[in-house]
Design a protein around this ligand. Structure first.
Ligand code: KIV
Length: 285
């Protein structure tokens, strides 16, 4: 089993993993006690995700959670896991109004929660905001692919990058986010070939959430991992009996990520073969 964390993890550990080929495990976390257990189980990076809206508050989507609540949760996780590299998540409506609103709210998140990085679900229109925040010294994790905050526009929680067009848009946006200064990328629910193209065409650490084996880090929603949610996404690893001691399960997840046993083929989303051939041809061109 992985050892408890003994030193503070930083963004440089993710950058180093990108270079060395080591895989970094990330879990979502929403409270002090679980954060303590995760630090003890050696989980190196944590995301206080807006999935809290569903898994903590019971809402249907992530759209309902507010910024103050997210800040409270993030600060609690910081107290429980002072050594983990911890990412705070900006909820729907907290950064879409204007650049000024986004900068103020992200700075509030950083100051009040003690997070190390901040995640934003991004589209083209957020490039300037990412630049401003990077200039201010904030490590931005740009979340692309399936963006749950855009569920209305996407028409549901379907994996993204199904066609060569969609896949190219994701790759191009990832490159633009890197140019705008993003510190890391998070790719949710995309085929492994799309994640591979992003990994090869950017120099940032890429964290996958249902994005296949090529990503440098992997995150899953912890209640899914523990088998506590009703519907588990296909990419969540099966760690066995949910009654098994939870710290053992966290440790097992870290071990599988670092030994590259997770993710495996059965966790991948698949682009239709014709689209994949078209995507490969366009990447070459
Ligand atoms: O909010 C969250 O938990 C997330 C992960 C699913 C990546 O954004």
């Amino acid at each position: 089993m992985p050892a408890p964390l003994t030193r503070r993890m930083t963004l440089n550990d993710l950058r180093a993993a990108r270079q060395s080929g080591e895989r970094v495990a990330m879990l979502t976390c929403y409270d002090f006690t679980t954060a303590q257990l995760m630090q003890k189980a050696g989980v190196p990076t944590l995301l206080v995700g807006d999935s809290a809206s569903s898994v903590i508050l019971g809402h249907e989507s992530t759209l309902s959670v507010g910024l103050d609540f997210m800040i409270e949760l993030t600060a609690a996780v910081r107290r429980g896991a002072p050594l983990a590299w911890m990412v705070g998540d900006m909820p729907f409506g907290s950064y879409q109004g204007s650049i000024g609103q986004g900068v103020n709210n992200v700075c509030r998140m950083v100051k009040l929660s003690g997070c190390d990085g901040v995640k934003l679900e991004v589209a083209e229109g957020h490039l300037k905001l990412v630049r401003r925040l990077t200039d201010a010294g904030v490590a931005i994790v740009a979340h692309l692919g399936l963006r749950p905050q855009a569920v209305g526009l996407l028409g549901g929680y379907r994996f993204q990058g199904r066609t060569a067009d969609e896949a190219m848009r994701i790759v191009t946006l990832a490159q633009r986010m890197e140019k705008a200064g993003a510190a890391a990328l998070l790719l949710e629910a995309v085929p492994a070939v799309v994640a591979k193209a992003v990994v090869e065409r950017t120099t940032l650490p890429v964290i996958g959430c249902g994005a296949g084996r090529y990503c440098h880090g992997h995150v899953v929603v912890t209640p899914d991992l523990l088998g506590w949610t009703e519907r588990k996404p296909r990419f969540v690893p099966d760690l066995g009996n949910p009654n098994r001691p939870v710290d053992e399960m966290y440790g097992e997840y870290v071990r599988r990520v670092s030994e590259r046993q997770y993710p495996a083929d059965e966790h991948d989303y698949e682009m239709p073969p014709a689209e994949q051939a078209d995507f490969a041809a366009r990447l070459k061109g």
